[in-house]
Design a protein around this ligand. Sequence first.
Ligand SMILES: N[C@@H](CCC(=O)N[C@@H](CS)C(=O)NCC(=O)O)C(=O)O
Length: 209
Amino acid sequence: MSEYQLHCLAESGNAYKAALMLELCGLDWSSILVDFPNGEMRTSKYRQDINQFGEVPVLVHKDLQLSQSGVILNYLSEKTGQFGPANKQEEYEILRWILFDNHKFTSYMATRRFALRFMKTGDTEITNFLGDKVKNALEIVEKHMADRDFIATPTLSIADISMCGYLYYGDELEQNLGSYPNINAWIDRIAATDGWKHPYDLMPRAFPD
Ligand SMILES: N[C@@H](CCC(=O)N[C@@H](CS)C(=O)NCC(=O)O)C(=O)O
């Protein structure tokens, strides 16, 4: 059995954050595919045994079972000494961006993609509302990335790994990413890191293509 196990599915950008970190750290890990399409995460068994929030990702390491990608990233960074802060100021900066990501960046982007791609709602008032939120967040990140290579620290950190989680799904986001050159340069920079893989090459898929 692998040292680390990740409850995940390839379509989940939140799971991807954890999977990418495991991979970039060179850890011995394997996936446990969660059957999202058939509602596995909504079952009381999943909520009781795996994650009370009914979400992926969940990392299992020895006796520890951790949910929330930000916590998993922080745990792995502390365990391996990789992609973490060099000092207190960097620690707060990383945390600031992971919180922004979870509230204003990933959450709106992921919810909008889920409606459009998996629920196939077509454009609705809700997807348009979420689209405006995503655009606003992308503009903030685009401006921030104008004069730096990485989000929070001079080199790649868990803040980047968190923030980039959904951006590699490209067209699936239906969000004209082409008009953000700084963001595109940044995600190319991350993709050039040794060991980087696309979500669909890192975890098994749960949804039919
Ligand atoms: N803040 C959480 C978000 C996790 C999350 O929303 N995961 C999605 C998949 S990308 C999920 O499991 N959704 C199921 C649901 O909300 O019912 C994290 O960063 O881990």
